[in-house]
Design a binder for this molecule. Structure first.
Ligand code: AMP
Length: 210
């Protein structure tokens, strides 16, 4: 069986945190475009050098560039049992490209995590991530619960950048709710609850569609 999931929702809604739980449950690769781009920036690859400044401002990199990255990743054999896309698509042209890329494969299940803007700003102001593996910090403590790495604020969680990322979300990504909303596999999930409760809801919604 193939399980092809897309996580939607504003920055800070918990897409990454949920994707990490779900990847363990279903044993499918978690494909985070933000994490792939941050790795490219750190490694100083041509892609990383091309996108670093854009990412720091909270704007989106071009549809063509990110779609090439995703097409390449989805062509790898570990996606034959499915994938969990986190951070892509973020625009209507990207969603159209994704539909073309997976034509003939199992239908997409869209998990839309809903969270108010006030809650997004509150969460991102205090978010810490692991400098080593990129995981979001969970609970108290100075070190990453996954790998023991040091916790640091994310570079694009500064207030001005957060406000821009929210504007970008509203203008470019929110229209995806209409794009996907009419599909029987579109699932709307309340993200303003404890992470474990959100995970339980997502599992129930996805299993309903498989
Ligand atoms: P994220 O970790 O998903 O919030 O992504 C961090 C940053 O990477 C975004 O603010 C964008 O600059 C860039 N990025 C990630 N995914 C995409 C995408 N699908 N399209 C365009 N830019 C992206």
């Amino acid at each position: 069986m193939e399980l092809n999931l897309v996580m939607l929702g504003p920055p800070g809604a918990g897409k990454g945190t949920q994707a990490r739980q779900l990847r363990r449950k279903w044993n499918i690769p978690h494909i985070s475009t933000g994490a792939m781009l941050r790795e490219a920036v750190q490694a100083g690859t041509p892609l990383g050098r091309a996108v670093a400044v854009i990412m720091e401002s909270g704007d989106l990199i071009s549809d063509d560039m990110i779609t090439r990255v995703v097409a390449d990743r989805l062509s790898q054999s570990d996606t034959s049992t499915g994938f969990l896309l986190d951070g892509y698509p973020r625009t209507i042209p990207q969603a159209e490209s994704l539909d073309r890329l997976i034509a003939g494969r199992a239908p997409l299940i869209i998990v839309d995590i809903v969270l108010s803007e006030a809650e997004v700003v509150r969460r991102l102001a205090s978010r810490m991530v692991c400098a080593e593996c990129g995981a979001n910090a969970v609970g108290e403590g100075p070190a990453c619960h996954d790998c023991g790495g040091a916790l640091v604020p994310r570079a694009d969680d500064r207030e001005q950048v957060v406000l821009n990322r929210l504007k970008v979300y509203r203008e470019q990504t929110e229209p995806l709710i209409s794009y996907y909303g009419g599909r029987p596999t579109y699932c709307r999930i309340d993200g303003a609850r404890l992470p474990d409760d959100v995970t339980t809801d997502i599992i129930a919604a996805v299993e309903h569609h498989t």
